[in-house]
Design a protein around this ligand. Sequence first.
Ligand SMILES: Cc1cc2nc3c(=O)[nH]c(=O)nc-3n(C[C@H](O)[C@H](O)[C@H](O)COP(=O)(O)O)c2cc1C
Length: 144
Amino acid sequence: MVSLHALVYRSQATRPLETTDLDALLLDARVNNQLANVTGTLIYGGQRFVQYLEGARADVEQIYARISRARQHRELEILEQGSLDARRLQRWHMGFAEAPQSLVQQLSQAQWQRDLPWLEDEIASSPGLKHLLSFWNDQVALVR
Ligand SMILES: Cc1cc2nc3c(=O)[nH]c(=O)nc-3n(C[C@H](O)[C@H](O)[C@H](O)COP(=O)(O)O)c2cc1C
């Protein structure tokens, strides 16, 4: 079995994005992620993004390389990456939620593993990821 890998980064939108821009972006991203079997979620607020990706390491890296080339954002910074025991968002080829700027800021400033080297390689134990996933699970509960 291929071992799983997860990656979280933050970035800054190059301009305020309208719903139609975001829809086009997500449509494209979801088709691609499905082909690569990458799942995750994208959170947008106050012209900032935080995105979580999970899948086989080579697939996550390939998708991240593609994401880094997109012109709609800049200043990409990886907050954390590491191995994963099981997918957390297996139904989502790319979930999406708009969030208040304060929440996106909190997430990008949360404690990620780069600040907690003793957590070693397992991303699931990171407080930053727990925060992100708990926000996402609340969003999913709301739309159900
Ligand atoms: C914030 C953000 C998230 C993205 N997420 C994904 C993704 O999950 N998977 C993917 O294949 N591409 C992703 N992309 C890339 C877009 O789907 C698309 O290729 C890109 O925005 C093309 O725009 P451009 O040609 O104007 O640069 C992302 C792009 C941005 C800006």
